[in-house]
Design a protein around this ligand. Structure first.
Ligand code: 5GP
Ligand code: ZN
Length: 115
């Protein structure tokens, strides 16, 4: 989709540090990391928010969790643990309207998910 920053990253029109890529998913380091490990896992299909996910996306969403699992094992933070967050809409502070999964780890994260 035009003017979508993550679609531009997918098309390599904007550079990013890619940590995983296949036909349907890309994962890259967040440009403004909130933890030592902060990877964004993003479907290549432009889906604006969690509320736009439909039945036809169920394999894609399951695949995203497989990819997160694989990245965590391969990059060595599976054992210590990590957190996965998807923001949706205004109250969450979602900035990029292309669904994405924040994978956070590399330190003991705060006990509270929200402040
Ligand atoms: P949101 O608030 O929408 O859940 O998260 C968007 C995330 O995308 C933020 O953590 C922000 O740092 C990250 N981000 C925004 N623009 C870029 C970019 O151009 N490159 C990368 N690698 N991350 C970005
Ligand atoms: Zn997009």
């Amino acid at each position: 989709m035009e003017d979508c920053i993550f679609c531009k990253i997918i098309k390599k029109e904007i550079p990013s540090t890619i940590v995983y890529e296949d036909d349907s998913v890309i994962a890259f380091n967040d440009v403004n990391p909130a933890a030592p490990i902060h990877i964004l896992v993003v479907p290549k299909k432009h889906i604006a928010t969690l509320l736009d996910v439909t039945e036809e996306d169920k394999e894609l969403i399951a695949h995203i969790y497989e990819v997160i699992n694989q990245i965590a094992r391969e990059r060595g933070f599976a054992e210590n643990g990590f957190r996965v967050i998807t923001n949706c809409g205004r109250d969450s502070g979602q900035e990029v309207m292309h669904i994405h999964f924040h994978v956070l780890g590399g330190k003991k994260l705060g006990d509270k998910i929200v402040e």
